[in-house]
Design a protein around this ligand. Structure first.
Ligand SMILES: [Zn+2]
Length: 449
């Protein structure tokens, strides 16, 4: 077992994200058994490993609420670089259909390590295709190696091309088999307890790749099992047009009719929610995973995050899949979220502090993790320490510089009190080997494409 009795000594600034929004100067944080045991000055270091944090801003670990980790193997694929969502998907589906367990495992390792280096301690993932024997646990095993807290969701597609859907038939599954496998992975891996390292969710891919029946049955199953629900919703204009043509209603109505609103539901993107849908999400406590870089990359639009937050909608951040970003930097995503609201609404539309809150506490709330997302006694010891003595921070007057300037890489990262990153390097597993594996697999896929 790695050391988890730690004293973070004399942190320059701690952005706690607690209920009072406290920002503490020259502060110690004591960690014991994976939990924050004390915050103050001059805390007793007896028995603890000491981390000198005089050069660091400490934040809660960032929380990623939407990803497709498997896509780190298909970044910058030529045919998908400049396409809109549906054309982009059609370019990539045939490549993804050649994946198997090794591709899923290695690409998850890489994606999670990339997230860790950008300050992320808790990530969800949305795996919705299972070719050639791939299984959800391929990603769960990768997360255990990297050491991040992990909320994998059992995604699915069931309407292939021959039935009028978008994905090729080879990538879709029978709906009965999907539900059976959801039950299998929940029973095997879901941990509802406080401090859980793995929680499983149910996540049909999108309204345009599964049936109405599967959406409804998935919601019933998730509620029966006490797990969360996740999907893509209202991503762009094509998505809205599809909903209106196929279902005769907007996505918000579709979601509500099928049981897809509530505190146990979060939807990715929601770029095109209208005023009534924003009210619906606020009223029903439905969560949103805002993915600004992906929305820019695919030209989907600017999600109305300011209006959502003002209405009381719960919003977290997501990097989205690494084929539609194509980066996986969560702190970069927080900066982009701040910038994009300013493009839409002016320079006072979102502060750096608000974007950081969304990236930490906001994401934790969307994922149902009251035990994470803030630096407070009794919360899990998921912490990001940012070294602000380097070039990106030189001349900064305020910790808001974290998003306005940098750094873009975390210095130390603790998850459940265990070190995942030390001095800017992944220490939990052999990242260099994983990169070699990933490069080999990507080359093999490119040769066959
Ligand atoms: Zn997505």
């Amino acid at each position: 077992m790695t050391q988890t009795d730690i004293l973070i000594r004399n942190a320059r600034t701690v952005l706690t994200m607690d209920d009072a929004g406290a920002e503490l100067a020259n502060t110690d944080i004591r960690i014991r058994d994976g939990v924050i045991a004390g915050i103050g000055s001059g805390l007793d270091p007896a028995g603890a490993e000491v981390i000198d944090a005089a050069r660091h801003v400490v934040t809660p670990g960032l929380v990623n609420t939407h990803h497709h980790l498997y896509q780190t193997l298909t970044r910058a694929v030529p045919g998908g670089q400049d396409a809109l969502l549906f054309g982009w998907l059609k370019t990539l589906y045939p490549i993804w259909s050649r994946f198997g367990p090794e591709e899923i495992f290695v690409s998850a390792q890489i994606g999670l390590a990339e997230l860790a280096l950008s300050g992320c301690t808790l990530s969800s993932d949305h795996l919705y295709l299972y070719p050639n024997g791939a299984r959800l646990e391929d990603t769960i095993h990768a997360a255990a190696e990297v050491g991040l807290r992990f909320h994998p969701t059992r995604g699915a597609m069931s309407i292939g091309e021959s039935a009028g859907g978008l994905p090729p038939d080879a990538l879709v599954e029978r709906e009965a088999a999907i539900l059976e496998d959801c039950i299998r992975v929940i029973d095997a891996f879901h941990d509802p307890r406080e401090g859980a390292m793995v929680r499983v969710g149910v996540a049909p891919c999108s309204p345009f790749s599964v049936s109405r029946e599967l959406m409804r049955d998935a919601a019933l199953l998730a509620r029966d099992k006490g797990v969360m629900l996740h999907t893509h919703l209202a991503e762009n204009d094509e998505d809205i047009a599809y909903s209106e043509a196929q279902f005769g209603c907007r996505p918000g109505q579709y979601a509500e009719d099928l049981g897809w609103t509530g505190e146990d539901v979060w939807h990715a993107h929601c770029v095109k929610l209208d005023g009534a849908e924003i009210d619906l999400f606020a009223r029903s406590r439905t969560g949103v995973a805002h993915c600004p870089c992906s929305n820019c990359r695919l030209g989907s639009g600017i999600a109305p995050v300011r209006a959502m937050r003002d209405a009381g909608v719960r919003v977290g951040l997501g990097v989205d899949g690494s084929a539609s970003n194509d980066a996986g930097s969560l702190v970069g995503e927080a900066r982009q979220a701040m910038l994009l609201q300013r493009v839409a609404r002016g320079a006072d539309a979102m502060s750096a502090r608000e974007a950081l809150w969304i990236a930490t506490r906001g994401g934790a709330e969307v994922l149902g993790r009251a035990d994470c997302g803030q630096v407070a006694v009794g919360k899990r010891a998921d912490l990001a320490l940012w070294d602000v003595s380097g070039i990106e921070s030189a001349g900064s007057w305020d910790p808001a510089a974290l998003l306005l300037a940098g750094p873009t890489r975390v210095c130390h990262l603790l998850v459940e009190g265990r070190a995942v990153v030390r001095d800017g390097r992944i220490v939990s597993f052999d990242l260099e080997q994983a990169i070699r594996n990933q490069t080999r697999l990507a080359r093999a896929l490119a040769e066959r494409a």
